[in-house]
Write a protein that binds this ligand. Structure first.
Ligand code: ATP
Ligand code: MG
Length: 562
């Protein structure tokens, strides 16, 4: 236990593990697994489970397996397997050589089902799924036993072998565990453990005509892998009884235990795979890695860092009650991480040209600028300054209110790292749109201070018109307009935020950003944190995504007061 001092003492899973270790259970081992079903891309909810499972292994010098829970051949694809691996690695976790597949255990799992049949604890049934539902009873009424429940063992074995051999059509037979049709926990009312499916599997091809059910597979896979703490989300609480029943009846290589924790629910987004697929299929977003998606690859493309995501999960802790988390918690983790690591640069998103009339036309100065005001180790750079620059359109007002401290006719402001300028004239086009400002600068104020002690209240950012680089900047906002679009109904699409993406094709960024690398993050001064788009950025075409605003102002440019 390397990090025992800052572990959360209220975390019930770590308390259980501590107690297990104290009693030398599981020979003192801690072995977890992350068990995704390869039927979609991972999202931020999975991140919580990944951080927990891999995190516990790290903390307790144990192991964490990556196990694909691939028992449903219809929905599973190799593409998802590869994407899941890439995403977990990107988050910074390593399963070493322990990449496993439930499908690798199909033969063993089949053997266990045969054992149950031989022990008189499972039978082949021919009730349809509808009939089974009817027989199951309700929370207040016991179920009825299937007429096949007492089928002789030999007949069960024969039918099960023929199911495997592909003799029967889908839906004709199932294998059910013989537990208790009157059990208060409905899951124990003779659950199906095998069904017929004539579907090819992404790993086992056509070799199986029957597939084990999730509940039967999961506990056996855990037992085969010698998992000690099998951690899943709360909706599996009732399934634990079946998990334990299977492990108790069979001679498995180990006896794992299941523990449930609360899912991550995040405001202003949805975390249901089915609905995420719908977002992509219906074109509400531009793909699985759209920067607005709560998928790991979407967040990665947006510019979220693995460190911020891991901190976020750590901060959430592990609890037993489902609570929705405010998006601001995640955004603050991001800001904290990005603040430390990102160099400050200047970029103008909505450019307005400024001509400095008394600045010599052919002169260019290189003005030093710090890369990080709190971290001198990040060094400094030189910014070219000349007669024509761009400033942010919103940093000028022709008719400003009293408390406006940025540029206005006759007003003086500081250009960050450069000079004081005063606006002398506003040039408009035939539509009366402002197209240019004519200003003068005070050569005495180089670097941003006046020798006569004169103060200005506003400091604005700028980029040299002659040296700046054209860039496309994509501003992202929340995907939904309400905190919980997924209240259960099917009307969630109506809450999509129509302004969740805003593309600004004509931005100007400082010349050094030509050297940016895809996925590199920056703070654009006064505007927020941005990253060079992972796929669309190229030396010929600068494309930046806004990761998050500087503060929780919901994306407004802050005023220039200092
Ligand atoms: P499905 O409905 O397809 O099963 P799923 O989100 O449960 O969707 P899995 O691939 O089964 O997907 O999930 C892998 C693991 O991640 C499981 O152990 C699951 O409990 C966990 N997990 C899924 N969603 C969340 C969430 N929102 N918060 C925490 N853990 C989650
Ligand atoms: Mg699941």
């Amino acid at each position: 236990m390397t990090e025992s001092d800052d572990r959360n003492p209220t975390d019930f899973i770590r308390r259980i593990i501590d107690a297990d270790l104290a009693q030398h259970r599981n020979e003192g081992r801690v072995h977890t697994r992350f068990p995704p079903e390869p039927n979609g891309y991972l999202h931020i909810g999975h991140t919580k489970s990944i951080c927990l499972n891999f995190g516990l292994a790290e903390e307790y010098s144990g192991k964490c397996n990556l196990r694909f829970d691939d028992t449903n051949p219809e929905k599973e694809e190799v593409e998802y397997v590869n994407a899941i691996k890439e995403d977990i690695r990107w988050l910074g976790f390593d399963w070493q050589e322990r990449e496993y597949y439930a499908s690798d255990y199909f033969e063993q799992i089949y053997g266990y089902a045969v054992d149950l049949i031989k022990q008189g604890q499972a039978y082949v049934d021919d009730l349809s799924f509808d009939q089974m539902r009817e027989y199951r009873g309700t929370l207040t009424e016991p179920g009825r036993e299937s007429p096949n429940r007492n089928r002789p063992i030999a007949e069960n074995l024969d039918l099960f072998a023929r199911m495997r051999a592909g003799e029967f059509a889908e839906g004709t037979y199932t294998v059910r565990a013989k537990i208790d049709m009157a059990a208060p926990n409905l899951i124990l009312r003779d659950p199906v453990i095998y069904r017929i499916k004539h579907t090819a599997h992404h790993r086992t091809g056509d070799s199986w005509n029957i597939y084990p059910m999730y509940d039967f597979t999961h506990c056996l896979s855990d037992a085969i892998e010698h998992i000690t703490h099998s951690i899943c989300t709360l909706e599996f609480q009732d399934n634990r009884a079946l998990y334990d029943w299977v492990i108790e009846q069979l001679h498995t290589p180990s006896r794992p235990h299941q523990y449930e924790f609360a899912k991550l629910l995040l405001d202003y987004t949805i975390l249901s795979k089915r609905k995420l697929i719908q977002l992509v299929k219906q074109g509400h977003v531009r793909g699985w890695d759209d920067p607005r998606m709560p998928t790991i690859r979407g967040m990665r493309r947006r510019g979220y860092t693995p460190e911020a995501l891991r901190n976020f999960c750590e901060r959430l802790g592990v609890t037993k009650n489902d609570t929705r988390i405010d998006m601001a918690v995640l955004e603050n983790c991001l800001r904290e991480d990005l603040d430390k690591r990102t160099p400050r640069v200047m970029a103008v998103l909505k450019p307005l040209k400024v001509v400095i009339e008394n600045y010599p036309a052919d002169q260019v100065e290189q003005l030093p600028a710090q890369n990080h005001p709190q971290d001198p180790a990040m060094g400094s750079r030189l910014l070219p300054f000349c007669r024509e620059i761009y400033i942010e359109r919103e940093d000028f007002m022709a008719d400003p209110p009293k408390k406006y401290f940025r540029l206005a006719p006759g007003r003086e402001v500081r250009l960050r790292y450069a000079y004081f300028i005063t606006c002398r004239e506003v040039v408009r086009d035939s539509n009366n749109e402002i197209v240019e400002l004519r200003c003068t600068y005070d050569p005495q104020t180089r670097g941003g201070d006046a020798p006569d002690g004169r103060k200005v209240k506003g400091t604005i950012h700028w980029v040299s018109a002659r040296h700046g680089v054209n860039a496309e900047v994509r501003l992202y906002d929340r995907l939904f307009t309400v905190p919980n679009p997924d209240k259960g109904g099917d009307d969630w699409e109506q809450y999509l935020n129509p302004d969740s993406e805003q593309i600004l094709p004509d931005c100007i960024v400082e010349p050094g950003l030509r050297e940016a690398r895809p996925e590199e993050c920056f703070q654009f001064e006064r505007l927020g944190y941005f990253c060079a788009d992972r796929h669309d950025w190229s030396p010929e075409r600068s494309v930046f995504n806004r990761i998050v605003s500087l503060r929780d102002t919901r994306g407004k440019i802050q005023s220039g007061e200092q």
